[in-house]
Design a protein around this ligand. Structure first.
Ligand code: A3P
Length: 314
């Protein structure tokens, strides 16, 4: 990694590098936005995992919103009917909090400690940066990965919308993504860590791929329910509950809900995240509409190189 320079604006000085949408800090083999690096250090000290916590872990733009909706719906299915479901009134991002990012309007993360068990929690942190208590308590982890070509295009759109005054062109953003210079990047190491964990601890770490979920959503709903210790009963199968969960949480349904179409998820200083920004296209292969074959091949070559010998491939 190139040697970063030191700014003076943060409470504890961290070396940062400019060029991405926000300055990034190199932190134990990953790049994090400055506020996230601070939060990560804080939660590594203070986060108290519980044995019945489930951690939904994703690299950004790989299907977090979808996974939050699915897991929330599955574990709460006895409490809510589908026609009066909380997801008809709340954005999926709001129903499962991140351990390293305070929800909008919150100053710190202390409210996480108040959530009753069993908790569903989310993170974009790589496995090696998770608070140690998560491994110590043997928490369940669910991870989603996505073809980096689509993850990159999704990130590029999202970040440019989020930081309208810091627009980055596709070519520059692509070069930085390839170098792993992106918030929570590089994405390959991120995926590889969770892949290895899922191989070493299959009962503790469930590994999904966005593309396979799109192909067989109902089958993934069943797998997720079983992994979360709440498999569908024969009666629930007869009532087509897995199909109903998949339908409620489908892109087509969630993207069309008023609660997800209007208003802001977060707005501060010159950053804005509209609720609808989490629902762009929800397609596999959309990269082809933005990148040429050469760029696609370059990302494929990097993926091949990074995953060589791991048993994982895109
Ligand atoms: P695109 O930008 O390619 O459309 P994250 O939730 O991790 O931020 O990822 C966002 C990506 O997931 C976006 O991809 C978004 O459209 C897509 N997405 C959001 N909800 C989804 C759903 N219910 N099913 C499938 N894809 C979804």
């Amino acid at each position: 990694m190139e040697q970063p320079k030191k700014p003076s604006s943060e409470p504890t000085e961290l070396p940062t590098k400019e060029g991405s949408w926000l300055p990034l800090v190199p932190y134990k083999n990953y790049w994090l936005e400055v506020h996230l690096a601070h939060n990560t250090m804080r939660v590594q000290e203070s986060f108290q995992a519980r044995p019945d916590d489930t951690i939904l872990a994703t690299s950004p733009k790989c299907g977090t919103t979808w996974l939050k909706a699915l897991a929330f719906t599955i574990v709460n299915r006895s409490k809510h009917s589908f026609d009066e479901h909380p997801l008809l009134a709340q954005h999926p991002q709001a129903v499962v909090p991140y351990i390293e990012m305070p929800a909008d309007g919150r100053r710190d993360l202390s409210y996480i400690d108040e959530i009753p068990s069993p908790r569903l929690l989310a993170t974009h942190l790589p496995l090696s940066l998770l608070p140690r208590s998560i491994a110590e308590q043997g928490c369940r982890i669910v991870y989603i990965t996505r073809d980096p070509k689509d993850a990159f295009i999704s990130t590029w759109h999202f970040k440019n919308k989020m930081h309208p005054r810091s627009f980055i062109g596709l070519d520059d953003a692509f070069d930085m993504f390839c170098d792993g210079f992106v918030n929570y990047g590089p994405c390959w190491e991120h995926t590889l860590e969770y892949w290895k964990e899922s191989q070493a601890r299959p009962d503790g770490c469930l590994f999904f791929r966005y593309e396979e979920m799109m192909r067989e959503p109902v089958e993934h709903v069943r797998k997720l329910a079983a992994f979360l210790g709440a498999p569908f009963t024969g009666e629930e199968e007869d009532a087509k509950l897995p199909e109903q969960v998949a339908k409620l949480c489908s892109f087509g349904n969630l993207a069309g809900l008023r609660v997800n179409q209007t208003g802001d998820f977060m707005r501060k200083e010159d950053m804005v995240v509209e609720k609808s920004t989490f629902f762009r296209k929800g397609k596999v292969g959309d990269w082809r509409n933005y990148m040429d074959e050469e760029k696609g091949r370059k990302l494929d070559r990097i993926s091949e190189e990074k995953f060589k010998g791991s048993g994982f491939a895109y």
